[in-house]
Design a protein around this ligand. Sequence first.
Ligand code: NAD
Ligand code: TYD
Length: 352
Amino acid sequence: MERKKILITGGAGFIGSHVVRRFVNNYPDYQVFNLDKLTYAGNLENLKDIEKKENYTFIKGDITDADFITHLFQEIKFDGIIHLAAESHVDRSISNPLEFVVTNVLGTVNLLNAARLIWNGQYTDRLFYHVSTDEVYGELGDHGKFTETTPYSPNSPYSASKASSDHFVRAYHHTYGLPVKISNCSNNYGSHHFPEKLIPLMINNIMNNNPLPVYGKGENVRDWLFVEDHARAIDMIFHMGRMGETYNIGGNNEWKNIELVIFLCRLMDRKLSRQEGESEKLITFVTDRAGHDFRYAIDSGKLMSELQWQPSVTFEQGLEKTVDWYLSNQDWLNNVTSGAYQKYYQSMYINR
Ligand code: NAD
Ligand code: TYD
């Protein structure tokens, strides 16, 4: 019997690589195609352990190129799509919003059009699964959590582009009946995370004894989820979630940035055999991010009650695994922080 053909976009990135690994290892009956442009955030090193498996195929390509996407879909006729490819960093979206519109909105619409074209109304056993963020809901004050019915109110160019892509996915379901599912997840952390985001940037700077740039007073709150728990939630929603539905995914694990950074410093003091309190001395408060959302928190009740999903690790366990991975994969960090990263770091952090 022919294998089911599953396309995962953005599979060389942080979360995508965990989703690809999970699908390749757990579903030998699927042929998993990883479509990635390999931007600064995409790295095939992330998939070294599975790249030779016979049910895995890598395709280098750009989701913003409509002709390329149409031809690809006509050639391979995917049964399912899990769409993660995106520009994903808020700070970069503040410097260059248009890139986010092109990749996140146009790229998503190209994929929706191509799926519609090849499926041509034959939707049995077909699915377009769109991976999104909790940032589409905007910011919270001190209380409350985002649910699936919280109105969209994105504040950054990144979250506005993701919100727009979510709306297109929903509209293709409503207008053309395209079989879709959407999930909106909170902040992820774990291995293979590019060191522009808070946790890997701090780990890298602590290792190198560089200043730890905390935006504003460090009082903003994020809800952190271990990336493998996100990948497992995607797997469950892909296979068992209801068609046309949105599921929120979160860790029920809120941290003020400054408290998280101090916690990480103490963990790394132990790992690096430093005196307790030594890494904390590197903390430096820097100019706040423009339009910085105060707090995100997710209510994952729907996912937990409908599909019995639960996070599998505590934050303490997940963070320790993450730090251990970075300490034993310094070559990976050195590779991704050489070259263009230095320029990025200069422009974002020096004289901030
Ligand atoms: P990432 O930046 O690590 O990876 C993005 C991947 O997309 C990279 O491999 C990149 O090469 C690829 N890509 C970018 N533009 C492309 C294009 N035009 N064509 C093909 N590939 C392209 O991102 P991530 O953190 O892994 O996030 C993945 C998805 O999950 C995104 O859609 C993001 O919005 C969403 N998300 C992320 C988080 C988080 O905490 N990181 C939380 C919730 C949702
Ligand atoms: P980030 O990892 O960029 O995720 P997001 O903005 O999508 O939630 O940032 C997480 C939080 O950490 C956010 O409140 C901004 C803050 N932050 C810093 O204080 N310093 C940094 O160097 C970075 C990258 C983020």
